[in-house]
Design a protein around this ligand. Structure first.
Ligand SMILES: [Zn+2]
Length: 387
């Protein structure tokens, strides 16, 4: 079927991208873009529903699920999912077009993360329908609050999906498939010491800052191996230079493609804090004060681990080959909604969709990459029905 002139309407794709990135959609504030996307998807012939995830997480819209009825009745349903929210700064976005490149005026992110994925999905479905290319049911799931901890995906009832297989489009690069992504734990350490006047009686204090320093000095952080990372990102504590500080709060995380390594590093970070406060006490006015640490571990998400022989991988690679391209698999260090869907028994991988330098005001997109991604989706959905 493919090769020959592109089926993609490049001008339509670019116009839609410019329109959608111009609509501000910070996490929990996706209402405006959700309403616009609902109109677009209904106009394309989809049944659209919005769930109650927004109410449950304090947002102004829920996840949007659009179902396009298949034209090849026996073909399996296919999921295409992107997120509607963006990180900031993004109160107002002014896209600037220079040739094939779209960036911003430098005052905000572009929001190609993840609107590059959304426009590729919309354009691919338009082409499938205009060209009457046989396809099974296509379910388009546009989530909220991915950037604030995959909250929309976590609150989505995956039992509503017919598709057992599909793609998340939410990673930088183009024509690459992310099949491995780490599991992550977020951690908060609250170190409790005892305060005292720093000049008159420092020996009556237990410095939470000093104990925290001891803990961190003993800790393995950064890139621990090819699969595992750890970071402390926030330290808060102390009141004044002349007070022995009685409290420090440290926030951090660890991630690993290997669940055993994730557990081991989490335990290591806990142990460093516990060792630093162990048997540290002070006696003041006949009372013994023992230093202590409270450790909170929040398991953010499970890993994504799709084997290279999985159906979704061979489908996408076969579609790419039909277009004369390669689509190698790779691992990433970041989580996405795919990490959630994979735990709901949906076979998903994360397809690169042309976003670049994401989460910065230098973010940009090459429209040619949007075209390549839309072409790959058309062919993947076509082959999914032909199989
Ligand atoms: Zn994203």
């Amino acid at each position: 079927m493919p090769t020959g002139p592109s089926l993609i309407d490049r001008a339509r794709l670019q116009d839609e991208f410019l329109e959608l990135v111009s609509i501000s959609s910070l996490s929990r504030r996706e209402g405006a873009i959700a309403r616009r996307l609902e109109v677009i998807l209904k106009g394309m012939g989809a049944d659209v529903s919005v769930d109650d995830a927004g109410e449950r997480i304090g947002g102004d819209t829920g996840n949007l699920l659009a179902r396009f009825t298949g034209t090849a009745p026996s073909a399996p349903a296919f999921l295409l999912s992107c997120h509607m929210d963006t990180v900031g700064p993004a109160a107002a976005i002014h896209p600037v077009v220079e040739g094939d490149i779209v960036r911003t005026d430098g005052t905000s992110v572009l929001g190609g993360d993840d609107k590059a994925g959304i426009v590729a999905v919309l354009e691919a479905i338009r082409v499938l329908r205009e060209r009457t290319i046989p396809h099974g049911d296509v379910e388009v799931l546009l989530t909220i609050s991915e950037e604030s901890g995959l909250m929309g995906a976590k609150h989505f009832d995956a039992g509503r999906l017919r598709a057992r297989r599909g793609l998340v489009l939410d990673v930088d690069g183009v024509s690459e498939l992310i099949t491995r992504a780490p599991a992550a734990n977020r951690m908060t350490f609250s170190v409790h010491g005892w305060s005292a006047h720093a000049g008159m009686c420092p020996e009556q204090g237990l410095s939470a800052i000093q104990m925290t320093a001891d803990a961190i000095a003993a800790m393995r952080l950064g890139r621990l191996d090819a699969e595992t990372t750890a970071n402390l990102g926030v330290i808060q504590g102390g009141l004044a230079g002349n007070i022995v500080p009685d409290r420090v709060v440290v926030r951090g995380e660890t991630r690993s493609l290997d669940p055993a390594k994730l557990a081991r590093q989490t335990e290591h970070m806990r142990q460093c804090f516990e060792a630093a406060v162990a048997s540290r006490s002070v006696r003041v006015g006949g009372r013994e004060h023992q230093a202590r640490v409270e450790v909170e571990v929040h398991h953010q998400y499970d890993r994504l681990d799709v084997p290279d022989g999985a159906g979704i991988v061979t489908l996408v690679q076969s579609a790419a080959a039909a277009l004369g391209r390669a689509c190698p698999t790779r691992a990433t260090g970041g989580g996405s909604d795919a990490n959630v869907f994979t735990t709901r028994d949906i076979e998903v991988a994360n397809l690169a969709c042309g976003m670049r330098e994401i989460h910065t005001v230098n973010e940009w997109v090459d429209v040619k990459d949007l075209v390549l991604t839309a072409e790959l989706l058309v062919e993947a959905v076509r082959q999914n029905a032909a199989a």
